[in-house]
Design a protein around this ligand. Structure first.
Ligand code: SF4
Length: 321
């Protein structure tokens, strides 16, 4: 299947109820218009309902998390003898094993099975304990800590939405560009294309991973480097890029044009970046101007930066941050 950009759709898992499937305990759904109408244009959304998959009926008795926040049990609200924790964990292991092509996962908020975080956990006596993660979701994240995961409700926040979609596209590129024929050279090339994207999310991460690839990676086994690199990259990319960190990145990129544009153009670029820094315009404004000049004067290296085009521009994500 092709996306809005003409490229193949990226496989992304999703809680089935978010696609409008009536699989919830009360026989209803939680259709997400954004997932169905917008994200389905670039993601191949594959639905999973762990509670139905382990044999629970629809409708069914509601379940909840009970015990410690770190490793709660998933038990029936009315019938605490119904304990489906082990089945949910086993199903998560099956999905992780059989769906290795997934490049992201969108989860239903607050569910004792699918919730990513802040799911209510109760003491045995029914009193609220600290919040935790749904049992299925926690196992999916444990099995692949590099996998981009987000909750549907958080996709309403423009910064979190842009962050998640960026991570999915980076992870998909990693699978396509490095994991098809992995080598240290490919990892270094990949890193080189993602340098400014990483800088926007974590300046510390940008320096750390540069040092790692130069000093430590050549002395290690390739398999270890592949695991360590992608986990570190995806963890750093989880940091929210701020106006300050985007401004810093834009200034670095503008440095590549220094000798090739005249003083007036330089002034225009600086003004656009300053307007962005001071919240007068969105990121799309200075970036569009920068890209215009980079197209004419930028080196192959700077033009190849994923930061400039991290996902199809039709998504319009940078019109909101
Ligand atoms: S939140 Fe998860 S377990 Fe609950 S209905 Fe949706 S997909 Fe099924």
């Amino acid at each position: 299947m092709d996306s809005m950009s003409g490229k193949k759709l990226i496989p992304v898992g999703i809680s089935s109820c978010l696609l409008g499937n009536k699989v919830r305990y009360d026989g209803g759904h939680k259709r997400s218009k954004y997932c169905l109408n917008v994200l389905s244009e670039c993601f191949d959304l594959t639905p999973f309902c762990p509670e139905v998959a382990i044999g629970l009926s629809t409708p069914r008795e509601p379940i909840r998390l009970v015990g410690s926040a770190d490793s709660p049990r998933v038990v029936g609200v009315k019938n605490p003898d119904l304990d489906v924790t082990d089945q949910l964990i086993a199903y998560a292991n099956t999905v992780s094993e059989n769906q290795k092509s997934l490049c992201g996962y969108i989860l239903m908020k607050g569910s004792p099975s699918c919730g990513m975080e802040r799911v209510k956990v109760y003491h045995e006596n029914g009193m609220p304990n600290e919040a935790g993660s749904g049992a299925y979701a926690a196992q999916i994240m444990r099995n692949n800590p590099a996998l981009p995961v987000e909750e549907d409700a958080r996709l309403n926040d423009p910064v979190l939405r842009e962050n998640f979609i960026t991570r999915v596209f980076v992870y998909s590129s990693w699978q396509d560009e490095v994991m098809q024929s992995p080598s240290l050279h490919e990892v270094i090339q990949f890193h080189s294309r993602h340098k400014y994207q990483l800088m926007a999310h974590s300046y510390e991460g940008y320096k750390q991973l540069g040092r790692y690839l130069a000093d430590e990676a050549p002395k290690k086994e390739l398999d270890e480097v592949l695991l360590e690199y992608i986990l570190a990259l995806m963890t750093h990319l989880k940091n929210r890029a701020s106006r300050k960190s985007h401004t810093n990145t834009l200034m670095h990129i503008m440095g590549y044009l220094k000798r090739d544009v005249d003083a007036d153009t330089k002034q225009d670029l600086l003004e656009a970046i300053e307007q962005y820094r001071s919240s007068q315009v969105h990121l799309v404004v200075p970036l569009t101007l920068l890209k215009h000049y980079l197209k004419r004067h930028g080196s192959e290296y700077i033009q190849s930066q994923a930061y400039l085009d991290p996902y199809p521009h039709e998504l319009g994500l940078r019109n909101y941050i």
